[in-house]
Design a protein around this ligand. Structure first.
Ligand SMILES: Cc1cc2nc3c(=O)[nH]c(=O)nc-3n(C[C@H](O)[C@H](O)[C@H](O)COP(=O)(O)OP(=O)(O)OC[C@H]3O[C@@H](n4cnc5c(N)ncnc54)[C@H](O)[C@@H]3O)c2cc1C
Length: 395
């Protein structure tokens, strides 16, 4: 019987374990934390968005990866297969109004409980508090455990060690140095689906820190996203910014700053707005004009003032243009610790067609530790599950 060691008990590792069991392997799962899948459980706290119901072509276009390896795995195990798999574990799914797919009940814990029970019944063993630290002589896997160092021999190893965000949940990215020392190319980690920093003025922060900016449309890199965002001490934070994070990160890398265009009134045409602004007595104060003609006050008016340094244009056309595309300068990304996911990781060039490390035969990589990126919307978990399932065919 082939001995398969899976290191990392997140969704990618657990799915690899399940698929390897189905193929008749003897499976042992290892994780550094005292309990498995902590990030998966955290994802379920705000509603486990496990996949998305949109058209297949659009779905696939959400992923950033250099070739078709990830797409092929997602095609083989995508939204329909995930829903069927969950049903098999006794968890029904439902499609939210945005097309996002959730388990009925929203939480990850019932799904995880049923999943772990099935893995155990199938013969998989789970070893928690086992921190993998590398390889010993003759290729044995080395783990730090509360009882001291232990060594494990396996015929194949699947690494599913996660990215580098939310390190307190287990995925701390420390594996990158272990693999780099063995000649594996690692793309630098970068926060994805993250907040961004803004150099707010003291006045803006004093009055607006914590204020939600509601019902706006945000644009960057040719993409627009409707939603809300929050003014934070460091900058801005919100789910509406996440889908734009790849484009914004790229712009930041290129010129050290990025521009987020904020449409403060996405349901009002620019011409209509200009006409309304033109109808207000030009002697009125800037804030009165914004309030009377555009119903902009509070944090939205403060944003106009902040971006124009207290001097919004008086000419109605120019002011309307600004309200429809307020250029907010982002100075950086929020720290990776707070990001939903991680871009970068094991370079695709370091992996062969089967996701095996070219430099370390018999060792495969799956999940967020590999250098692909996707927005929130269920795409992250779908890819992790699909990679876990896909790789087991090869071990
Ligand atoms: C707050 C939050 C909400 C999210 N919500 C969603 C959502 O709704 N939908 C969605 O698609 N995605 C969501 N995500 C992202 C999603 O949870 C991750 O993409 C996914 O968990 C990654 O799976 P993984 O198996 O690759 O890695 P992880 O889930 O990170 O698991 C990696 C495992 O490896 C273990 N490990 C790491 N290093 C070692 C080592 N040296 N030795 C032993 N074990 C080790 C860790 O302890 C961990 O258990 C969310 C993320 C966060 C933080």
């Amino acid at each position: 019987m082939k001995r398969v060691a899976i290191i990392g008990a997140g969704p990618a590792g657990l799915m690899a374990a399940e698929a390897a069991l189905e193929r008749g392997a003897r499976v042992a799962i290892y994780d550094a934390m005292p309990s498995p899948a902590r990030k998966f459980l955290m994802a379920g706290k705000s509603g486990l968005n496990i996949t998305h119901s949109e058209d297949e072509g659009v779905f696939r276009s959400r992923y950033t990866a250099p070739d078709g390896r990830l797409a092929a795995m997602v095609e083989a195990f995508g939204p329909a297969e995930i829903a069927a798999w969950m049903k098999g574990l006794g968890i029904e799914t439902y499609v939210g109004s945005s097309g996002r797919v959730f388990p009925v009940g929203m939480k990850a814990s019932p799904l995880l409980r049923a999943w772990l029970a099935r893995l155990g019944e199938g013969g998989a063993t789970l070893h928690t508090r086992h921190r993998w630290t590398g390889w010993g002589e003759r290729g044995a896997l080395v783990f730090d455990t509360p009882e001291g160092e232990t060594r494990v021999e396996a015929d194949a190893t699947i690494l599913a060690l996660g990215g580098a965000s939310w390190p307190r949940l287990g995925s701390d990215g420390a594996w990158a140095d272990i693999l780099a020392a063995r000649g594996v190319e690692i793309e630098p980690f970068a926060p994805s689906n993250c907040g961004f920093t803004v150099d707010w003025s003291a006045r803006m922060l004093a009055a607006q820190e914590g204020a939600p900016v509601k019902g706006v449309a945000l644009s960057a890199g040719g993409r627009t996203q409707r939603g809300d965002f929050v003014i934070t001490q460091a900058g801005i934070e919100s789910g509406a910014v996440y889908p734009l994070s790849a484009a914004l990160r790229q712009e930041l890398a290129g010129r050290g700053a990025a521009t987020l265009l904020v449409d403060l009134l996405p349901d009002t045409e620019e011409g209509t707005l200009a006409a309304r602004l033109g109808g207000v007595n030009p002697k009125e104060s800037a804030s009165n004009r914004l309030r009377k003609a555009a119903k902009l006050d509070g944090v939205k008016a403060a944003l106009v003032n902040e971006v124009t340094r207290g001097a919004p244009p008086r000419e109605p056309g120019a002011l309307a243009r600004l309200i429809k595309a307020l250029p907010l300068t982002l100075t950086g990304t929020a720290p990776i610790d707070t990001a939903i996911s991680t871009a970068g990781g094991v370079a695709w060039e370091a992996l062969d067609e089967r996701l095996m490390l070219k430099a370390i035969p018999g060792t495969y990589c799956v999940g967020e530790m590999v250098a692909w990126d996707a927005p929130t919307g269920g795409y992250l978990l779908t890819a992790c599950l699909a990679m876990g399932r896909g790789v087991a065919r090869f071990v």
